[in-house]
Design a protein around this ligand. Structure first.
Ligand code: GLC
Length: 582
C-alpha cells in the first residue's frame, strides 16, 4: 500500500515580496552565489479551502471564510498563500477534478469572492498561488463530454483514447482506481481512455498542441487577474509515450520513474514558460521533481527557462509506514538534497500537505505531553532550512491526525478506492485499515480549529469531515493569548526567518551526523553563522558541540530552560535551540 501514499507528494507555490516583511532580506548584501529572488524569501501558508472556514453553514469552507480570516493569516507573518483547487468541480477528488477552469466551485463562492480575496491578500502584501490541475480534467468537463461522443469529435484528441478493435491497450497502473487499471472502456465509441488517477480524472493529451494552448490561455486568464504563482499539479506526468509500450512487471512500485519526466516534458515546459510565465511576474512549481537530483535540476535551474522551484517527494516519502522512520534517513534526505542544490536551483521545504498525515503525528509526537514541544521543534526545522518553507494550515497550532477506525468515516477517494482494491485482491484489510489510520490523506484535511465552540468554530452546520476531538485544547482562541503557545512560537519563528537572511540563503552544514536523536546543523552567510539543534526524540539527550557554549549566543528556545556547560548541552525532549556564533 506504500505506493498509494507514495505518489502523493507534490505541490507548489508562489509569492512575492512585501515591503515590510521582505525589507530585511532585500537589503541584504548579495554575497551568496545563489541569485536572490522574492519567492526564495517567502514563507508559504497552504490552505485546504474545504476545511478552513465555512461562512454559509453548508459544512464546507469557502472563500468568504478565507476573507474573514485574512487578518489571522497576516498575523502569522507569512507572505504567500497557496490554496488547493477552487475551480468548478464535481469533487470526485476534492477539486482535483476540474469541470471548468474559469469558474469558482459553487461551494466555495463566486468569482467576485475570488477577486475580493485576491485584492485583500495583496493589500496585506501577501502573494497568492493558484493550483493548476492539467494532467487531467474532470470527466464532467465539456472537453471530455464532447471527446467521448464520437471518434471524429473536434475534442476527441484532447484525451488519450485507445480503439478497442486494436485489443486491450498495454497495462497502465492507476493510482486511484479500485482495480488499479488506468484504462477505462467507454462503450459509446468502443474505446478505452486513460486515467492515471481516478476514472473521473481522464488524462489530457498534451501531445495535442490545442490542449497546450488551452492550458496557457487558462493560466493567462488567472495571471491577468493578478495571481502571483502557479502550482502545477502532477505535472511531471503530462508527457507520455503515446504508443503506450509494455512496461516491466511491477513497475507501479516506482510510478514516478515510469510516468514522470516523459519524452516531451521539457519542450512543453519551455513553451509554457515562453507563453505564460515569462510574461508575468509569477513563479511556478511542478509538483514532483522526477526521480533524481538531475531531473529536479533540469526542471528548475535558471538557465533552463522552465520552472522555478522543485517540490520533490523524498522528504515526504520518509516515514510512510507504521514502522515510522529513523532520524538518520531523515537527515540523509535533507542533507543530500540541500547539497545537490547548494549552488543552483531551488527547493521547497515542507513536512505536510493535503496528501499526507499531520506533521506532528508523523514526524513528531502527538501525545498531550509532547505535542507542543515537538510541533515547535518541527516548525523550527521548516523555518531554518534552505529552501522555501511551506507551512500547512493547522500545523501552526499542532493539529494532529484524526485517526479514523472505520472505512465509513473516510471521505478521501484514495482511502475508499484503496479499500475496495484491497478487498478485490484479497489483501490484508486489517493491515490496510491500520495503515490508513496513520497515513490517510483525511488525517490532514480535518477542519481548522478556531475555538472551543461546537465544530471548533469552523461551521454552524455539519462539517464535511469531522473536527478532531482535541479541538478544545488545540485551537486558535486558546493559543492566541498564551505567550508560550505553538501558535505564538510559530509567529516568532516566521519573523525570525524573515529577519535573518542567513536562514534563507546561508550555507547548510550537518554536524553530529551520527547522532540518531538530534538533528544539528549550521547555516552560514558571510559573517553570520547560526547553530540549530533539534532533539527529535522524547528523551533527554546530551550532546557535545564543536565550540564552547561561551562562544555562542542563544537566540531562540522552544522550551524554558537550557542546560549547557563547556561544549556540552543537555537537550530536553523535542527541544529546539538556535544559537548564533559571537
Ligand atoms: C496531486 C494532488 C492530489 C491529487 C492528485 C490528482 O497529487 O496533490 O491531492 O489527488 O494530484 O490530481
Amino acid at each position: 500500500m506504500k505506493h498509494i501514499f507514495l505518489f502523493i507528494s507534490f505541490c507548489i507555490l508562489f509569492l512575492s515580496c512585501n515591503d515590510e516583511k521582505q525589507k530585511s532580506l532585500s537589503s541584504a548584501e548579495d554575497t551568496s552565489e545563489i541569485q536572490k529572488t522574492w519567492w526564495k524569501e517567502a514563507v508559504i501558508y497552504q490552505i485546504y479551502p474545504r476545511s478552513f472556514k465555512d461562512t454559509d453553514g453548508d459544512g464546507v469552507g469557502d472563500l468568504k471564510g478565507i476573507i474573514e480570516k485574512l487578518d489571522y493569516i497576516d498575523s502569522l507573518g507569512v507572505n504567500m498563500v497557496w490554496l488547493n483547487p477552487i475551480y468548478s468541480s464535481p469533487n470526485a477528488d476534492n477539486g482535483y477534478d476540474i469541470s471548468n477552469y474559469r469558474e469558482i466551485m459553487d461551494e466555495f463562492g463566486t468569482m467576485e469572492d475570488f477577486d475580493l480575496m485576491l485584492s485583500e491578500l495583496h493589500k496585506r502584501d501577501i502573494k497568492f498561488v493558484m493550483d493548476v490541475v492539467v494532467n487531467h480534467s474532470s470527466d464532467e468537463h465539456k472537453w471530455f463530454q464532447e471527446s467521448r461522443k464520437s471518434r471524429d469529435n473536434p475534442y476527441r484528441d484532447y484525451y488519450h483514447w485507445w480503439p478497442a478493435e486494436k485489443g486491450k491497450p498495454n497495462y497502465r497502473y492507476s493510482l486511484f482506481d479500485p482495480k488499479g487499471d488506468a484504462w477505462k472502456y467507454d462503450s459509446i465509441t468502443n474505446a478505452y481512455y486513460l486515467h492515471y488517477f481516478s476514472a473521473k480524472q481522464p488524462d489530457l493529451k498534451w501531445e495535442n498542441p490545442k490542449v497546450r494552448q488551452e492550458v496557457y490561455d487558462i493560466m493567462k486568464f488567472w495571471a491577468e487577474k493578478g495571481v502571483d504563482g502557479f502550482r502545477l499539479d502532477a505535472f511531471q506526468f503530462v508527457s507520455k509515450d503515446t504508443t503506450f509500450p509494455p512496461l516491466p512487471e511491477g513497475y507501479e512500485k516506482d510510478v514516478i520513474k515510469y510516468y514522470g519526466m516523459g519524452p516531451n516534458l521539457h519542450e512543453y515546459l519551455k513553451e509554457l514558460n515562453k507563453e505564460v510565465l515569462s510574461k508575468y511576474d509569477v513563479f511556478a512549481v511542478s509538483e514532483g521533481a522526477g526521480s533524481s537530483f538531475a531531473d529536479a535540476h533540469s526542471l528548475v535551474d535558471a538557465d533552463r527557462n522552465e520552472l522555478q522551484m522543485a517540490y520533490h517527494f523524498k522528504g515526504m516519502d520518509v516515514g510512510n509506514s507504521l514502522d515510522r522512520y529513523e532520524l538518520s534517513e531523515f537527515k540523509e534526505v535533507y542533507t543530500q538534497w540541500d547539497s545537490a542544490f547548494a549552488k543552483e536551483g531551488w527547493l521547497s521545504i515542507f513536512l505536510a500537505n493535503h496528501d499526507v498525515p499531520r506533521m506532528v503525528s508523523k514526524f513528531g509526537n502527538d501525545s498531550p505531553e509532547f505535542r507542543a514541544a515537538s510541533s515547535k521543534m518541527l516548525n523550527t526545522f521548516i523555518l531554518t532550512m534552505r529552501g522555501t518553507p511551506y507551512c500547512y494550515y493547522g500545523d501552526e497550532l499542532g493539529m494532529t491526525n484524526i485517526a479514523f477506525d472505520s472505512i465509513s468515516q473516510y471521505q478521501d477517494i484514495v482511502a475508499k478506492n484503496g479499500y475496495q482494491k484491497t478487498l478485490n485482491e484479497g489483501g490484508d484489510i486489517e493491515q490496510y485499515m491500520a495503515e490508513l489510520k496513520f497515513l490517510s490523506r483525511d488525517n490532514g484535511r480535518t477542519p481548522m480549529q478556531w475555538n472551543a465552540t461546537e465544530h471548533a468554530g469552523f461551521t454552524d452546520g455539519t462539517p464535511w469531515l469531522p473536527v478532531n476531538d482535541n479541538y478544545k485544547e488545540v485551537n486558535v482562541a486558546v493559543q492566541q493569548n498564551d505567550p508560550n503557545s505553538i501558535l505564538n512560537y510559530f509567529r516568532k519563528m516566521v519573523k525570525f526567518r524573515m529577519d535573518n537572511p542567513v536562514l534563507v540563503y546561508g550555507d547548510y552544514e550537518l554536524i553530529l551526523p551520527d547522532n540518531d536523536q538530534v538533528y544539528a546543523y549550521t547555516r552560514k552567510l558571510e559573517e553570520d553563522k547560526m547553530l540549530i539543534l533539534l532533539n527529535f526524540s522524547s528523551e533527554n539527550v546530551q550532546i557535545e558541540i564543536p565550540e564552547p557554549i561561551k562562544d555562542l549566543e542563544l537566540l531562540t528556545n522552544n522550551l524554558d530552560q537550557v542546560s549547557a556547560q563547556g561544549n556540552n548541552i543537555q537537550l530536553q525532549p523535542y527541544q529546539a535551540l538556535i544559537y548564533s556564533y559571537k
